[in-house]
Design a protein around this ligand. Structure first.
Ligand SMILES: [Ca+2]
Length: 109
C-alpha cells in the first residue's frame, strides 16, 4: 500500500513562481530552471540576477569597471579608453610611448 499525496502542478497554480526561469513540475514539488545569467534563490523560490561583478575579482580586467544588470553585466572603461575585443578589458585610445630623446611620455592619436 502506498501513501500517495495528490499531485499538484505548482507551475500551473503559481504562474509567477519561476520568474526569469522555466518552472518544471516534479512529483510532489517543482523546480526552477533559471535563465542564463540568473541563479535560483532558495528563500524566495525565484530566479534572481546573478551579480557577476561580485564574483571573485569580477569579470572585468584592469581599469574596466563592472556594471551589473539583470541577466547581464557590462564592463565600462574610463575616458580615453575603449573596450578591447574580449569586452572585458580596456585599451587606451591613444598609443603612449616613451620619447627617448626627451625622456618624457608622449601620446599620439
Ligand atoms: Ca547580472
Amino acid at each position: 500500500m502506498t501513501n500517495q499525496t495528490e499531485e499538484i502542478d505548482e507551475c500551473q497554480l503559481m504562474p509567477n513562481m519561476c520568474k526569469h526561469g522555466t518552472c518544471l513540475n516534479t512529483p510532489g514539488s517543482f523546480e526552477c530552471l533559471c535563465d542564463r545569467g540568473f541563479i535560483y534563490d532558495e528563500n524566495s523560490h525565484q530566479c534572481i540576477d546573478d551579480n557577476e561583478c561580485l564574483k571573485g575579482t569580477g569579470p572585468c580586467r584592469g581599469n574596466a569597471q563592472c556594471v551589473n544588470s539583470p541577466g547581464h553585466f557590462e564592463c565600462q572603461c574610463p575616458d580615453g579608453y575603449a573596450l578591447d575585443n574580449s569586452m572585458r578589458g580596456c585599451i587606451g585610445m591613444y598609443n603612449t610611448y616613451l620619447d627617448i630623446s626627451t625622456g618624457m611620455s608622449r601620446s599620439k592619436y
